[in-house]
Unconditional design. Structure first.
Length: 348
């Protein structure tokens, strides 16, 4: 067994179970995925998984544990394995799905998904995952709680409107709904203060969020949501990856000359990121020449305002990533400087 070059345990993670595949790569680069099993997604299942892997693995070669970033369901397993001293790699879902399309897999099941992840892990050189800063995890928990409160408040307001427009509205129902709205308003305010307090605990993060907030339409809460949902761009290596992770990439269906579907946003990604970009994009279009120019150009091209808004959302998200990486502030006079530079070149 000394010819074994690499060993991978791949896990297709769901809410309640782990469907895993174990495989090896030999020194001649041949791949053998030979074992499959299902475990529960809890502490008991994790212990059973490790015991099973240790029976299969060659002791001289480390096992790399590979999984997709599936919402929050993969997190417990990743934390458990890291605490036990094992190497873990977490891959963005779009990478696995794109890779799986290149394989000869006719039927998509949990077993074939784990097989695709295992083969991907054996073929690629993956980064070792490190636990994200506790501050990002806390921010994500708080901002998602706020998002749930906002959704609940909207639902109650709709119910309140319906009740008030009835022929004989129930005064007690209206009173209770107003109390619930008032409570949600208080809790939402508390969460905002908590997010601000958490950010202030990290001087570097606070400074970066201040710079990101210089983008028109992007407030500190929006910047915090992006940081929480990406763990400070932990798994992101490029703008394209970020757009795919958010599910803002464009899907096209085309086959020859006879089949040509309408391009549309995939929405197979982090919906919290997409949602966070909506209001900032509308504000940026109104108040910043650069984003307004993008919006006007696209609307004049195809006439679809919402499509142009989505394009601005993508640009704002990309700009947040750029400012985070470069530790720079947004330049509001960018277009004016470009125009002046162009005019100087023409005059010369």
């Amino acid at each position: 067994m000394t010819n074994i070059l690499k060993q991978v345990l791949a896990a297709d993670v769901a809410k309640n179970e782990l469907v895993v595949a174990f495989g090896r790569m030999s020194q001649d680069t041949s791949i053998d995925i030979f074992a499959y099993k299902t475990f529960s997604n809890n502490q008991k299942g994790f212990k059973g998984l490790l015991a099973w892997v240790m029976k299969l693995a060659v002791k001289e070669v480390k096992v790399r544990f590979v999984m997709e970033a599936t919402g929050v369901y993969h997190e417990k397993l990743a934390y458990y394995l890291t605490a036990q001293g094992h190497e873990v790699s977490i891959v963005l879902p779009n990478k696995i799905s794109n890779y799986a399309k290149t394989l000869e897999i006719k039927t998509v099941t949990d077993k074939t998904a784990s097989q695709a992840i295992c083969q991907f892990g054996l073929e690629r050189k993956l980064d070792i995952w490190e636990k994200p800063k506790e501050i990002f995890r806390t921010i994500k928990q708080l901002t998602r709680e706020r998002d749930q409160l906002i959704a609940e408040r909207t639902m109650i307001k709709n119910q309140l409107h319906a009740e008030k427009t009835e022929a004989y509205p129930n005064k007690d129902s209206i009173l209770r709904m107003n109390k619930r709205i008032h409570l949600i308003n208080q809790q939402e305010k508390e969460i905002r203060l908590a997010v601000t307090k958490v950010i202030k605990q990290d001087d570097e993060l606070a400074a970066k969020i201040d710079k990101i907030s210089s983008i028109p339409g992007v407030g500190k809460l929006t910047a915090a949501i992006v940081m929480g949902e990406t763990n400070g761009f932990e798994l992101i290596r490029s703008k394209k990856q970020l757009i795919n992770y958010a599910g803002m990439n464009v899907k096209e269906k085309q086959s020859g000359t006879s089949v040509k579907g309408k391009p549309k946003m995939s929405k197979k990604g982090n919906r919290h990121l997409r949602k966070a970009m909506h209001l900032p994009a509308l504000s940026a279009i109104r108040h910043d020449l650069r984003f307004k120019a993008v919006f006007v150009r696209l609307v004049s091209k195809h006439g679809i305002k919402m499509k142009a808004v989505v394009a601005v959302q993508k640009k704002i998200l990309e700009m947040i990533y750029t400012l985070w990486k470069t530790d720079a502030e947004y330049d509001r006079n960018y277009l004016q400087k470009i125009s002046q530079h162009t005019q100087v070149c023409i005059n010369n």
